[in-house]
Design a protein around this ligand. Structure first.
Ligand code: SF4
Ligand code: SF4
Length: 336
């Protein structure tokens, strides 16, 4: 086993490692995902939230019960809440309670603006599927145009851009529009949960997607929050000769994780429904096929929890540091 001194060979990696070295240890980041509500103002093609009936839970609207639940989660060790939905912007009374009681970020479709004066420190991630026309086609509204206007120049907002096999040509245009709006972007790949025709990845399309993401990172590095190694793992679903999937995934909810042998995983991670009781299988949905899952957060976390396996050479370790630093930026452990 090489020592840290052997592994940290360049100044850039050393600097990043210093910034993130406490994130995974005791007292580091402990996140979980929460559905703020069970409604949405869109019906996107292929949305797993509705197709997997995650909206069918008995929605808990009592703010006192929410307050008590947050205390219970904090007692469990959670110190960062990732708020999703449904659509968080439709339940500001609940967002108020989350914001007042725990560090949190919200994922929104951007259609209804989350008032920035009400939540000045809240990191916001906007889901994005493509350029204006594409959003209109897949989501029924041009949410990209609307969200750019809502959040223009906001330093604490980024787009979570899900690249589909049909929209590779648009990645640069979209990235440029995000740059022009003074915002940031992080990429992931579409998972074809609903088996939509024409939305499957092929080796050729994976290679193109990787090349494009690498080029965007090179050209728009001040806007794109990413890493080349993340692109490699995302498009090959392979890491150090291992294949991503159910038996490797770090983002299975701890409460329902009966896997044997249990892989390295995010400590204490659960994904919880808006009844504040139902524990979803993982950070996506029970209907998703793990063998074709391209969830960005699960992929990043997979790399991150397997630190030891990246300690065989300075190059592998630099890859690990790069991805973990990117994760730390997205989830506010270090500044952008
Ligand atoms: S915005 Fe999100 S929750 Fe709403 S329909 Fe689209 S994918 Fe589903
Ligand atoms: S669907 Fe994706 S995130 Fe969920 S358990 Fe499978 S691999 Fe993990």
């Amino acid at each position: 086993m090489l020592t840290l001194k052997d592994l940290l060979q360049d100044e850039n990696t050393r600097r990043k490692y210093e910034a993130i070295k406490n994130m995974a240890g005791v007292g580091g980041m402990r996140s979980s995902i929460y559905d703020v509500n069970n409604k949405c103002n869109l019906r996107c093609k292929g949305c797993f939230y509705f197709s997997s009936d995650q909206d069918k839970v008995e929605d808990q609207s009592d703010l006192g019960a929410l307050r008590a639940f947050i205390e219970q989660e904090k007692a469990r060790g959670v110190n960062y809440a990732i708020l999703i939905g449904g659509e968080p912007s439709l339940s500001l009374d609940r967002l108020d309670v989350w914001y007042a009681n725990i560090k949190c970020s919200a994922a929104t479709n951007g259609l209804k603006k989350i008032d920035r004066e009400r939540y000045p420190k809240m990191r916001i991630g906007i889901s994005l599927w493509g350029d204006d026309e594409y959003e209109e086609r897949l989501r029924g509204k041009n949410t990209f145009k609307i969200s750019r206007e809502h959040y223009k120049g906001d330093p604490n907002v980024y787009y979570l851009y899900t690249i589909t096999p049909q929209s590779l040509d648009a990645v640069e245009t979209v990235t440029k529009k995000i740059e022009d709006s003074g915002l940031r972007v992080h990429y992931q790949l579409f998972s074809n949960d609903q088996h939509e025709a024409g939305f499957d990845w092929t080796p050729q399309l994976y290679a193109e997607a990787r090349e494009i993401m690498d080029a965007m990172l090179y050209k728009y590095g001040h806007v794109v929050v990413s890493s080349r190694y993340y692109h490699e793992v995302l498009t090959t679903q392979n890491m150090l000769g291992r294949r991503f999937g159910w038996m490797e995934c770090p983002s299975v909810s701890e409460t329902v994780d009966g896997r044997q042998p249990r892989p390295k995983r995010l400590m204490g991670f659960n994904s919880i429904g808006s009844d504040l009781k139902t524990v979803h299988r993982c950070c996506t949905s029970v209907t998703r096929d793990c063998s074709t899952c391209h969830d960005g957060a699960a992929t990043m976390s997979w790399i991150m929890v397997n630190k030891r396996d990246h300690m065989g050479s300075p190059q592998d370790f630099a890859h690990w540091v790069d991805v973990t630093h990117m994760f730390a930026k997205l989830y506010e452990f270090v500044p952008w």
